[in-house]
Design a protein around this ligand. Structure first.
Ligand code: ZN
Length: 281
């Protein structure tokens, strides 16, 4: 049972190195627990693990744990793993609260007094099943993105480029933001996922989707981290992000070539590039 969780967490740590988040045991004010893991970085949430290695998969969640999660002020999820570290269910806090407040998970009796137990014969109708580790990460990212559409975009002032300050001031400021963003996104191209390594360091380029020369802002929500190939294709309007969903990358014929890796751009900048650069190419 424990090894399933361990294996899952080590996959999480691996992918975290690539994507830029870390996992650690969550320390609430009450105690340190091995089955609540805290993710930092852009995911910034808590995962409460429940493992069932064999049939019947009748399980419960501990009332005091749920209270700890609720008190944490963070987004939290339950990860249910079955038999292998790849199969399971991801439940959001809303899913769980719906189960608890409905009659689906009544409080256990006698020795299970601190547990919410699933009623016999009931199934989990609200959840996000996954069958690969990738599925799991994708669901988690999607849910968090939907909950906080601007999760990657806080804490940054959006200032229009100041054209009258000296070139030196401008380029220093740009370089600082640009370097910071490249590091945060691990020098990984948001289109193809490539990370170029040059002299043992990551290399990537930043692209202002609404160009500075067109009045675009120098802000995270207007910047993509790209490999040189995808950078030039964007510059010349050979490819674009579809304004329909803000994440499908399309070629010159409008066909999907990739899904943009987060963080996503402000819709208005995507529309600007689409209408004024891509459409006119
Ligand atoms: Zn690329």
């Amino acid at each position: 049972m424990v090894s399933i969780q361990k294996e899952f967490i080590s996959s999480l740590e691996e992918i975290g190195k690539e994507k830029g988040f870390r996992c650690q045991r969550y320390e609430s004010r009450i105690r340190r627990t091995s089955n609540i893991i805290e993710l930092d970085g852009y995911l910034n949430c808590l995962l409460y693990f429940k493992i069932r290695s064999e049939d019947p998969y009748r399980w419960g969640v501990t009332k005091s744990r749920i209270e700890e999660l609720q008190a944490s002020g963070k987004k939290w999820f339950i990860v249910l793993l079955f038999e292998t570290p790849k199969n399971g269910y991801l439940l959001t806090s809303q899913d769980v609260e719906r189960y608890i407040n409905g009659s689906l998970w009544p409080m256990g009796r006698r020795k299970n007094i601190n547990e919410y137990k699933i009623s016999t014969g009931k199934t989990l109708q609200y959840n996000h099943p996954f069958h690969t580790f990738e599925d799991f990460i994708n669901s988690l990212e999607d849910i968090l993105r939907a909950t906080f559409p601007r999760i990657h975009d806080t804490g940054y002032e959006e200032y229009p480029p100041n054209k009258i300050t000296t070139t030196i001031t401008r380029s220093v400021r740009d370089t600082m933001l640009s370097n910071k963003i490249k590091m945060e996104r691990n020098f990984q191209c948001q289109v193809c996922g490539t990370t170029l390594i040059i002299k043992s360091k990551g290399y990537a380029e930043t692209h202002h989707v609404k160009p500075l020369g067109h009045g675009g802002v120098d802000a995270e929500s207007n910047i993509l981290v790209l490999c040189p190939n995808h950078h030039i294709l964007f510059d010349y309007g050979e490819i674009a992000v579809s304004p329909e969903n803000n994440k499908t990358v399309i070629d010159s014929k409008g066909l999907r070539i990739a899904t943009l890796k987060p963080p996503f751009l402000k819709k208005e900048y995507v529309e600007y590039h689409y209408n004024n650069i891509y459409k006119k190419a």
